[in-house]
Write a protein that binds this ligand. Structure first.
Ligand code: ZN
Ligand code: CU
Length: 496
């Protein structure tokens, strides 16, 4: 697939929802090369100056910035499956990789340990972010890629023993790797202190490492220590880490998990609002009541439904419920889980009203947290973005259209400091999606998770028409590795 210099494209008479959250207006959009030339009203002289013009009638359609998936584990997928069909087909034009403390960089391994398996086994061969950036450029994936460095990956590389806090010398080694990665364009640090690989990290270690990202203008995204009973202290720990290190905080996939905690977003969201008055803070969320991660016995409570997404010793069990498997084997669910490990599952651990409160909260943006290497992935991998439009805007009116788009583009770009993306303004990069507001919806379900969404009609990445709905494939790949901006404009955090 070659990226020919595209002709100028004029999208005519669509409802332009520009990603800022401002009301949409009917108008035209002109793009040329990899940039937007004019948005709203396009002047005749500018049109006449275009050597070749491709016109598309967008009446009855919405023209929006390409969506930004702020929470992904697509680190290896952008190299191994560069079409990135699950994302482009949702209107996503940029993914942020390296979440939850796990990233390819700086681990070198043919058999990645523990949680790193989430990224698939084949791509742990990028010692430095510069190598990874080069690999992305070579692969030329369908979507743009911005990369966080995972604290757990740094630990795996540099700690002799993961079950204690890092020693001073190990902290220095992690800092040096992170600095090197930031210099090569990484956008920040992620952590996953929930997981064994980083569970022993204390505040001092986290602050010491995050300080390096802070100095370089990066952000700190974290899968907090506890999303169950101890969620409030876990949120406080994340906020303290970011405040002491001096950088913006993103709380990953905010949720209240486990039946004992259902309803507690009534406590967590006010806490986050209060914190956001003191420090720059955002959160991401996926629009489903099930989470998905590796198989873990501590998440098996005998109450919630658990759907197996893959199992190394028992691949035939993908798509089946843990309770059924346990019954068939005549063992407890915990014992069945142990037999299925290593593997993955969807955990139906949230309640709808909590998810709704988070998705509709002004601080939240959308991140799929999709796991591209699972046998039968959680449907969020293929459906999260159209689902926000269908479920939260059109069917339930819990979000305005402009708000929904803002949470998937403008807000996301601002939080992660992606320059020139996320809003439709002249001179921005030409990442654009056109969708049919009456038809847009996700079709991926837990039973049938690999399905194209409906109503996403055209997607441009850096000015290249990359996906056309109904064709069932990706047309072109024009994604880039997005480097962190080098000069910082001082940006005051907005509060709720
Ligand atoms: Zn996570
Ligand atoms: Cu994640």
């Amino acid at each position: 697939m070659l990226n020919d210099a595209p002709p100028s494209t004029l999208l005519r008479q669509g409802l332009i929802v520009d990603g800022s959250g401002r009301p949409g207006v009917v108008g035209d959009l002109l793009m040329a090369g990899d940039r937007l030339l004019a948005v709203g009203q396009v002047d005749a002289a500018l049109l006449a100056a275009q050597p070749a013009l491709h016109e598309i009638d967008c009446s009855g359609r919405v023209i929006a910035p390409g969506f930004i998936d702020v929470h992904t584990h697509d680190d290896a997928a952008v190299l191994d499956s560069p079409d990135m069909c699950p994302k482009l087909s949702q209107g996503v034009t940029t993914v942020i990789v390296g979440n939850c403390g796990i990233s390819l960089v700086p681990v070198l391994s043919d058999d990645p340990p523990g949680l790193l398996k989430l990224l698939g086994p084949h791509q742990f061969r990028h010692r430095r972010m510069a190598d990874y950036a080069e690999a992305v450029a070579q692969a030329c994936p369908g979507v743009n890629v911005a990369a966080l460095v995972g604290h757990s990956a740094l630990r795996i590389r540099h700690l002799a023993d993961l079950d204690r806090p890092a020693l001073a010398s190990e902290i220095e080694a992690m800092q040096a790797d992170l600095k090197d990665a930031m210099d090569a364009g990484a956008i920040g640090l992620s952590s996953g202190v929930f997981y064994r690989e980083a569970h022993a990290a204390d505040l001092a270690e986290l602050v010491a490492v995050a300080t390096v990202a802070a100095r370089e203008g990066g952000v700190y995204a974290t899968h907090i220590r506890d999303e169950l009973d101890a969620i409030l202290p876990a949120l406080q720990e994340a906020a303290t880490t970011a405040r002491q290190a001096g950088l913006p905080l993103v709380l990953s996939h905010h949720k209240c998990a486990g039946p004992a905690n259902w309803g507690r977003t009534r406590e967590t969201l006010p806490l986050l609002e209060a914190l956001a008055r003191e420090q720059e803070l955002g959160l991401d969320v996926y629009p489903y009541t099930a989470g998905s991660t590796v198989l873990r016995t501590d998440l098996v409570d005998g109450i919630i439904d658990i759907l197996i997404t893959g199992s190394v010793p028992h691949p035939e069990m993908a798509g089946r419920h843990l309770a059924d498997i346990a019954r068939e084997w005549g063992v407890s669910q915990q014992a069945a889980c142990e037999r299925l490990m290593p593997g993955g599952a969807c955990y139906f651990q949230m309640r709808q009203d909590d998810v709704d409160r988070v998705v509709t909260h002004p601080l939240s943006m959308i991140g799929s947290d999709g796991l591209p290497h699972d046998e039968r992935p959680h449907p969020r991998l293929w459906g999260a973005f159209p689902r926000v439009l269908a479920y939260y805007w059109r069917e339930h009116a819990m979000l305005g259209l402009e708000q929904a788009v803002h949470k998937m583009s403008g807000l996301s770009a601002r939080r992660f400091r992606l320059d020139g993306r996320g809003e439709l303004v002249a001179q921005a990069h030409a990442d654009v999606v056109v969708f049919d507001p009456q038809r847009v919806r996700d079709l991926a379900t837990f039973e049938d998770p690999v399905r194209f969404s409906e109503g996403i009609e055209q997607v441009w990445v850096n000015g290249v028409l990359s996906y056309v709905g109904g064709e069932g494939r990706v047309r072109a790949r024009a994604g880039r590795f997005l480097k962190r901006r080098t000069h910082l404009h001082s940006q005051h955090s907005e509060t709720v």
